[in-house]
Design a protein around this ligand. Structure first.
Ligand code: S3P
Length: 166
C-alpha cells in the first residue's frame, strides 16, 4: 500500500480501533492524531481544552495535518472528529468515512470511559453538531463505510478497497 489511509467520522465511529486493526493487516503504522498531540504537548486532549481552549487544540491539529501531508506516506491515520471541518484530508491520503447513525454513536460514546471528548460533553444537543459535520465528512469521503460492522470486517473492507486501487 503506498498511499496513506485517512479515517474520518464522528466521535465513537471507531476510527482508532479500525485504524489499529488495519495497520496490522497492512503491516503498517497507525498514527492517531489525538494521541500524537497528547504525546507532543505532554498533556491530554481534555487538559488542552480546559487550560488553553478549543482554538489552541484546533491549531495543534492543523499543524499536525500539515506535517502529515508533507512527511508521511504508507500510514494509517485516524483523525479527531473535528478535523474535516477545517482541513481537507484528501491532501493527506485516501479518505474513508466511518458512517453511523447518531443514536448508535451516542450510545458508544456514553459507554466509553475515555476522557478525551470535551466537545461531546459541552453539547446539549449533540445532534446539532452531528448534522453540522455530516456535510464535511461526506464531501471529503473517497469511500463511505458502515461503521456498525465489526472492527475487523471494516478493516478488511478498507484493505480490499485500497488493494483494488493499485
Ligand atoms: C473531537 C473529537 C475527539 C477529539 C476532541 C475533539 C471533535 O476525537 O479530537 O475531543 O471535535 O469531534 P474522536 O473523534 O476520536 O473522539
Amino acid at each position: 500500500m503506498c498511499n496513506n489511509v485517512v479515517l474520518i467520522g464522528f466521535m465513537g465511529a471507531g476510527k482508532t480501533s479500525v485504524g489499529r486493526a488495519l495497520a496490522q493487516i497492512c503491516n503498517s503504522i497507525l498514527i492517531d492524531t489525538d494521541s500524537i498531540i497528547e504525546a507532543n504537548y505532554g498533556i491530554s486532549v481534555n487538559e488542552i481544552f480546559a487550560l488553553h481552549g478549543e482554538e489552541v487544540f484546533r491549531k495543534y491539529e492543523l499543524k499536525l495535518c500539515e506535517f502529515l501531508k508533507n512527511n508521511v506516506k504508507n500510514a494509517i491515520i485516524s483523525t479527531g472528529g473535528g478535523i474535516p471541518m477545517r482541513y481537507n484530508l484528501r491532501e493527506i491520503g485516501s479518505v474513508f468515512y466511518l458512517q453511523a447513525p447518531l443514536e448508535a454513536l451516542v450510545e458508544r460514546i456514553q459507554s466509553d470511559t475515555s476522557t478525551k471528548r470535551p466537545v461531546f460533553r459541552r453539547y446539549k444537543f449533540v445532534g446539532d453538531l452531528y448534522n453540522e459535520r455530516i456535510q464535511s465528512y461526506e464531501k471529503q469521503a473517497d469511500y463511505t463505510i458502515n461503521a456498525l460492522d465489526s472492527i475487523n470486517s471494516i478493516a478488511q473492507e478498507i484493505y480490499n478497497l485500497m488493494k483494488g486501487k493499485k
